[in-house]
Design a protein around this ligand. Structure first.
Ligand code: PLP
Ligand code: ZN
Length: 420
């Protein structure tokens, strides 16, 4: 049973029946899924959700498919890690990491949006799925398409990290690298989508795709014992996840699953590609596109399709945003690894470094609950930190050799994590 009423334009309110359409035919505004929240409120409860499988479909009433989900049956429900050691270092009382670096099966938040988009593509009867990607989305589309038995073409900018390229190719799609940046890829994909009639998960299926991002926030609330955190920090690229976290939190209130205690949402970008943060700081709604120049390739989108809605959601929530340099991003990656044992990619390093900056500047108070969303995995982007870590000491297999080495090493002592 589906609670989806149809599609509606965010700008002019025009309504449409469910279909593979992403912009309003009147005003070119983006389309959103509309649900029957009264019906959902009657249909679900905390207990009902708790009894379901630990995957993102446990919130299925708030997701836009009509029948049984067919894709992503193991995706989502990633750990919410209580970060005692990082929290102590930053001087905050209650810090959590929402760890989508271990999302199944391709280790990023994108497994959420793709699970929903491809389930919907199958309902619509498409046999070919595709995407315009900065890397992680291509990995996820390629993997889910393999499992679902769909034809697959993925489009990426050239020059991506090996882990992202091989991390798509291994699943057997056709991978097309475009000479240019993501914005060039995206422009071409709109044309290909129109001409070839494929399901481009983040183009013609974008309204459905975007809904999958809400599950990141649903899980945070459930894992906190059906409470909203006071603050959440997440990276922004095209601008999908941040506004959808805001939408998801509002929906939880609407259907009676959490109390409306308010959650401030903060956008994180790399200084080398910060069109959203620039606009936020200037106090304007108008995003000026930039040419990306950063190691954070998965969030290097210079002309974000939904950037305006990121700014709107940030402001409405009372949150803020920051950008950080590539050096700060690498520091962020190392900090998370060395305090919490979690290896993230530059997008996650951005999330950590921005959270740190916002805490240290007093924007985020130290005595309230804070969640840092970690959206991608560091094993895909080894080359970005290869020169920032100690190389192994190579010795012969003798105790004397080790003794000799041991006396040369410094031995930093670690403090055990204690609850605060
Ligand atoms: C795609 C992506 C994001 C956020 O992108 P949005 O388009 O703003 O939703 C964040 N982190 C990683 C690792 C990503 O791949
Ligand atoms: Zn419209």
């Amino acid at each position: 049973m589906s609670f989806v009423l149809g599609l509606q334009c965010r700008e002019c309110g025009q309504e449409y029946p469910k279909q593979a359409l992403h912009v309003c035919e009147n005003c070119f505004g983006p389309l959103e899924i509309v649900y029957d929240y009264e019906g959902i409120k009657r249909a679900i409860s905390r207990e009902k959700i708790a009894a379901r499988e630990k995957n993102l479909w446990r919130y299925r009433e708030l997701l836009p498919i009509d029948g049984e989900p067919t894709v992503g049956l193991y995706s989502g429900f990633t750990p919410l890690v209580r970060a005692h050691r990082l929290g102590a270092l930053l001087g905050v009382k209650e810090l959590y990491i929402k760890d989508d670096s271990v999302n199944h099966p391709t280790f990023s938040y994108k497994d959420r949006v793709v699970s929903v988009a491809i389930s919907k593509a199958i309902e619509f009867g498409f046999d070919t799925v595709s995407c315009a990607s900065t890397g992680n989305l291509a990995n996820s589309v390629a993997a889910h398409a393999a499992k679902a038995g769909l034809n697959c073409y993925v489009f990426i900018p050239d020059g991506l990290e090996q882990g992202k390229i091989i991390g798509s190719a291994i699943y057997g799609p056709k991978t097309v690298a475009i000479k240019g940046n993501y914005d060039d890829v995206n422009r071409l994909c709109s044309e290909i989508g129109d001409k070839y009639g494929w399901a481009f998960v983040n183009v013609n299926l974008r309204p459905y795709y975007a809904e999958g991002a809400k599950t990141h926030g649903f899980e945070v609330a459930e894992q906190l014992g059906w409470k909203l955190p006071k603050h959440i920090v997440v990276a922004s690229a095209g601008g999908t996840i941040l506004p959808k976290l805001a939408k998801g939190f509002k929906e939880l209130v609407k259907v009676g699953l959490v109390e409306d205690t308010g959650c401030k949402i903060y956008s994180a970008q790399a200084s080398g590609c910060a069109p959203i943060i620039n606009a936020l700081k200037k106090g304007t709604d108008l995003i000026s596109p930039v040419k990306p120049n950063t190691i954070a390739s998965s969030i290097a989108i210079g002309n974000p399709a939904d950037g305006y809605y990121v700014i709107e959601a940030v402001r409405e929530s009372g949150g803020w945003g920051e950008s950080v340099t590539d050096d700060e991003i690498i520091e962020g990656i190392k900090l998370l690894a060395r305090t919490e044992g979690i290896f993230t990619e530059p997008a996650g390093g951005t999330e950590v470094a921005v959270a740190r900056k916002l805490i240290e500047s007093g924007r985020i108070p130290r005595n309230e609950s804070i969640v840092i969303s970690i959206t991608g995995n560091g094993y895909k982007t080894l080359e970005t930190v290869a020169h920032s870590v100690e190389q192994p000491y190579t010795i012969n297999a003798t105790l004397e050799n080790f003794d000799e080495l041991y006396h040369q090493l410094d031995h930093p002592a670690r403090a055990r994590a204690v609850g605060i």
